[in-house]
Design a protein around this ligand. Structure first.
Ligand SMILES: NC(=O)c1ccc[n+]([C@@H]2O[C@H](COP(=O)([O-])OP(=O)(O)OC[C@H]3O[C@@H](n4cnc5c(N)ncnc54)[C@H](OP(=O)(O)O)[C@@H]3O)[C@@H](O)[C@H]2O)c1
Length: 290
């Protein structure tokens, strides 16, 4: 059994498959999928993510545009920008890059609500969240989709497994609950108010950590043989680092994602997949009808 869950290699395989599918669909429609990313201000971490997304878009054959706004943009102008993209038929996916400047943070739900659900490649619109509640994962967020794809690729049977998620955000923890329940896992969710977290993590057959705290999980917090999925991203002395102390837990765990090289590349790959899904729903269904 392989111990390292190689997200980077799986993402490359999935990206190659996406490229062939997109080439095939282009032959039918003569239209390429197109993703628009809205950027507000100059957040340095966002610049890094954007460059990665731009590169993978080129690799799989998705056109990408970046709508840049100054950090001083007001709420109404940002909403108008989202609406313009909703009405632009050449755009199939819309992504609002987070974080936003402080004065816009309270309005994030209002901005997301403005994105047309069919173009909502981050899977955050209330309609798409509601569909996930019913186990319809078509527009589920990219990171949870990537985590499930990795576990399934390595034939991890989720049925009945006690799975602990350390995160309850809309992008990671909450959607994961539904993807895991759909596959008959037993799910517990931890957050900053959870008491005696280690008692729970030590029971986990599968532990998914996304707290953004470098090396938060050490061997004393896991069960022998546990499967560890390390989602968190931090920088320590300029170097990327995850939430799991890899060297410390390696001998005790059953399987583990490297970080970097685990969930990050899969998140980008599933952003491409969600853009393709959005494009198929807008372009290909129409081409077939015509
Ligand atoms: N690799 C990827 O592709 C990818 C994708 C998405 C996110 N990430 C990374 O994953 C991390 C989380 O991202 P996010 O957007 O979900 O962040 P977030 O909204 O800040 O969520 C962090 C979650 O961790 C919980 N938490 C923080 N410290 C904790 C502690 N000491 N004990 C237990 N729970 C704790 C928080 O609990 P409360 O709810 O109580 O605050 C919250 O639910 C970040 O490092 C981010 O960079 C990576």
């Amino acid at each position: 059994m392989e111990k390292i869950l190689d997200g980077k290699a799986l993402a490359q395989k999935l990206n190659n498959e996406l490229k062939s599918e997109i080439d095939q669909l282009y032959k039918i429609s003569k239209i390429k999928p197109k993703l628009a990313t809205i950027l507000v201000g100059e957040d340095p971490a966002s610049q890094v993510y954007i460059n990665i997304k731009r590169k993978v878009c080129v690799e799989v054959g998705i056109e990408s545009i970046f709508i840049k706004h100054p950090a001083t943009i007001d709420k109404d102008d940002l909403i108008a920008s989202i609406r313009d993209l909703n009405h632009d038929n050449s755009i199939h996916g819309i992504l609002l890059q987070i974080p936003l400047p402080v004065h816009l943070k309270p309005y994030i739900p209002s901005f997301i609500n403005q994105i047309s659900p069919i173009k909502d490649v981050d899977g955050l619109h209330p309609i798409n969240k509601g569909k996930l509640f019913d186990y319809n994962e078509e527009y589920a967020p990219c990171t949870p989709k990537g985590i499930i794809a990795l576990l399934e690729h390595y034939n991890v049977n989720l049925k009945g497994k006690f799975t602990v998620i350390m995160n309850r955000s809309n992008l990671v923890g909450k959607p994961l609950i539904f993807l895991l329940l759909k596959r008959n896992a037993t799910v517990a969710v931890c957050h900053t108010s959870t008491i005696n977290i280690a008692n729970l993590t030590k029971m986990a057959d599968i532990l998914i950590v996304a707290v953004g705290k470098p090396h938060f999980i050490s061997k004393d917090k896991i069960k022998r043989g546990a499967i560890l999925i390390d989602v968190g991203v931090s920088r320590v002395n300029g170097k990327l680092c995850g939430d799991v102390n890899f060297d410390d837990v390696y001998e005790k765990c059953g399987m583990i994602t490297p970080n970097p090289g685990g969930i990050g590349p899969l998140t980008v790959s599933f952003l491409m997949r969600n853009t393709l899904i959005a494009y198929q729903n807008q372009v290909i269904s129409n081409s077939i009808k015509e």
